[in-house]
Design a protein around this ligand. Structure first.
Ligand SMILES: [Zn+2]
Length: 251
């Protein structure tokens, strides 16, 4: 039997049982075990980890742990640039794009509402979600920890909140600051919307809408037409609240 001392920092403690949070604790293992396997068995999904120190030295996920090692596991630092130190961080993304677990469908729609590129493949199994994340370099958002622990997932985040609006704020805070472009993307299919003249969508509008509105945007993906109708006020309020809460958290 081998014994290592593990200490987990910051928000990564969310994945540990209360007695092991924020304190050094002993983990027992047998045989060849990578540091990545060790921390995932302890509960922490590897995509949330930004730095691992073993006996004070930065190591990669495949470093084998040995008896009496001291392992420190850190989340992403907000105020400290450790880019030259860490050996577990994947290459930076050119753009922040998401693939969202189908159980978080409402969060997916809210992310599109603020203009963020978000796929949420209907009925996709875990393997498909993980592959989409890997191949399209999209950040996987889920509340399914085994899904996040799949090896191919390099970019991922466990959504802590359970209410969709709070989830939106949480994601904007975690990955922000992000360039937001509200009302530019189809809520249903993620396609970028384009402005269209009223004459182009006239035939598809209910009579009352035709009389009351003159500005329209259309989705070339699913054909849906958007205007500042009855949902617009409610959706604007969601956008505004999320933007305000996100800014407040940073100041
Ligand atoms: Zn659409």
């Amino acid at each position: 039997m081998n014994h290592v001392m593990v200490r987990v920092y910051g928000a990564l403690n969310d994945f540990l049982p209360p007695a092991r949070r924020h304190v050094p604790h002993t983990v027992v293992f047998e045989g060849r075990t990578s540091v990545r396997d060790l921390i995932e068995r302890a509960g922490v999904p590897h995509p949330e980890v930004d730095l691992i120190l073993v006996n004070g030295e930065s190591v990669a996920f495949d470093r084998l742990v040995r008896d009496a090692d001291r392992v420190a596991v850190f989340p992403r630092f907000r105020t400290l640039d450790i880019g030259s130190v860490t050996r577990v961080r994947p290459p930076p993304l050119d753009a922040i794009r998401f693939v969202v677990d189908g159980h978080l469908g409402k969060l997916a729609r809210y992310l599109r509402l603020v203009g963020l590129d978000t796929t949420c493949p209907a009925g996709a199994r875990d393997a498909e979600l993980a592959d989409t994340s890997a191949h399209e370099r999209r950040i996987l958002l889920t509340r399914d920890q085994p899904l996040l622990k799949r090896k191919v997932v390099a970019y991922g985040y466990f959504v802590r909140q359970t209410m969709p609006q709070q989830q939106l704020v949480e994601v904007l805070r975690h990955f922000g600051p992000l360039p937001l472009a509200p009302f530019t993307r189809c809520l249903l299919c993620n396609t970028t919307l384009r402005d269209v003249p009223k004459s182009a969508v006239d035939a598809r509008l209910p009579e009352r809408t035709r009389q009351a509105f003159d500005e329209f945007r259309a989705c070339d993906g699913c054909g849906r037409v958007y205007w500042r109708g009855s949902h617009w006020g409610r959706l604007s309020a969601i956008v505004e609240a999320a933007a305000n809460l996100t800014v407040r958290a940073r100041t």
